[in-house]
Write a protein that binds this ligand. Structure first.
Ligand SMILES: Nc1ncnc2c1ncn2[C@@H]1O[C@H](COP(=O)(O)OP(=O)(O)O)[C@@H](O)[C@H]1O
Ligand SMILES: [Mg+2]
Length: 406
């Protein structure tokens, strides 16, 4: 089983998936733009081969560079990636190499937000009203038709970069000035409600593991307000009435988009009247600790089970569904370098062994760019079988832990 794995070392959680592939018996051929000797040692140890390319996001050049190499070794059995910018490249390579899995026609439904929503809506599922626009005047006209408030975002976005909620034409005009670099954008009906994920590992289109998480607060707010500590809770068990509509929507979306085998990460809204609305979906694992949270919730190794699913069409582990798991990301107050941390001792006392991970930047470390990385200046992960206990720990970390910089 030869698996071509694009970007085996970045983002950080890819290291776990590289390990998983090797552990289920795959010969992993990594492709990336870091020199081999700069890969993290645990990735290097799990690679059978590594093809270094000039720029991993330059599709044409990557294809030109690696296809001859791959033909020389008789092709590969699978082409995988779990990093959003490479989803189309992986699909193209599958087509070129005759490897099974999603081709470009399916993959585009997970990448282009307008194609995505068209396909989901045509399947009879609820999506926000939207229009694809490529000029400021078209954006203004679309917003007038849809009605304020609206959301405007790039077509191929990730991580809430350049996504804005606007309440009036004046606000929209101001935003349009700042996003001149975005070629095509989506203008959408603003959905007011709670926001959740529906994450799944599927085999031949059938979800074999499902997980639901809730964002506290919604990413649109936490990504635009530095003072907020973004938090998220992976629910112990997604098969509860409160999120049943989201799970059902998720399954419908996977069918509508022709999901094959692998990880997907969907976001959805629940309005105060209970209505469930589609947000977006990606053909990859979720970022920002959600994969680890699934492991903490279930006491299994989802990295390896994803690998087993893509290599052998088999998901072996049983999800224990034992804990609700919260992650809280902390942003320092002030600029420059970390100068102090408060509240960790109290949090440790409150949580005891339920605090399963803490990773606050050390004193003296430069602050991270909070707009670019959700990991921010540190995070804590906590778990408890009881939801209200988990919520209490989450709130304690949100309000009681403070990082300072100067
Ligand atoms: N139609 C909408 N109504 C309300 N909020 C939205 C809408 N679309 C996006 N958002 C908010 O913006 C965030 C980012 O949008 P999303 O479509 O997920 O883009 P990205 O690819 O950047 O994650 C969402 O998590 C949600 O909080
Ligand atoms: Mg999103």
């Amino acid at each position: 089983m030869k698996v071509l794995f694009l970007s085996p070392d970045y983002p950080a959680e890819m290291r776990g998936f590289t390990r998983g592939l090797a552990e289920v018996g795959a010969q992993v051929i990594g492709v990336g733009d870091r020199p081999r000797d700069q890969l993290s040692p645990d990735v290097r140890d799990h690679l059978a081969a590594y093809l270094q390319v000039q720029s991993i996001v330059d599709e044409q050049r990557v294809m030109a560079q690696i296809l001859p190499e791959l033909h020389k070794i008789g092709g590969v059995d699978r082409v995988e990636t779990l990093w959003e910018p490479l989803v189309m490249l992986a699909a193209r390579l599958r087509e070129q190499l005759g490897a099974p899995g999603m081709g470009t026609e399916q993959a585009i439904g997970f990448r282009d937000k307008s194609v995505m929503k068209d396909r989901v809506r045509k399947a009879g599922l609820r999506v926000p009203k939207f229009a694809q626009v490529s000029s400021a005047s078209a954006a203004l006209a679309a917003a007038r038709t849809i009605g304020y408030p609206v959301v405007i975002k790039p077509i191929a976005g990730a991580g809430t970069a350049d996504t804005h909620g606007v309440r009036s034409e004046g606000e929209l005009r101001a935003v349009l000035e700042t996003i001149g670099h975005v070629q095509t954008a989506s203008v959408e009906e603003y959905i007011d409600g709670e926001e959740f994920t529906y994450d799944a590992v599927s085999i031949a289109g059938k979800p074999v593991f499902e997980s639901v998480a809730q964002y506290h607060p919604r990413p649109l707010e936490s990504r635009n307000n530095e003072w907020i500590s973004p938090a998220q809770i992976v629910l112990r068990d997604p098969y509860i009435a409160a999120v049943a509509g989201g799970v059902e929507l998720g399954r419908g979306v996977l069918r509508a988009l022709g999901m094959d085998t692998g990880f997907t990460h969907m976001e959805w809204f629940k309005k105060s009247n209970g209505e469930v609305v589609f947000g977006e979906i990606a053909a990859r694992s979720p970022g920002a600790k959600l994969v680890d949270q699934m492991n903490y919730a279930n006491d299994f190794d989802i990295y390896r089970e994803w690998a087993r699913s893509v290599c052998w069409q088999h998901f072996e582990a049983t999800a224990a569904r034992r804990y609700h798991v919260a992650t809280v990301f902390k942003r320092a107050k002030g600029r420059g370098r970390i100068s102090g941390v408060e509240g960790m001792s109290a949090l440790r006392r409150l949580c005891g062994p339920r605090l399963v991970e803490e990773a606050i930047l050390p004193i003296g470390h430069p602050r991270r760019n909070w707009r670019q990385t959700l990991l921010s200046d540190g995070y804590v992960v906590m778990r408890d079988p009881d939801y209200s206990q988990c919520l209490e720990m989450m709130q304690a970390a949100v309000s009681g832990v403070q990082i300072f910089a100067e």
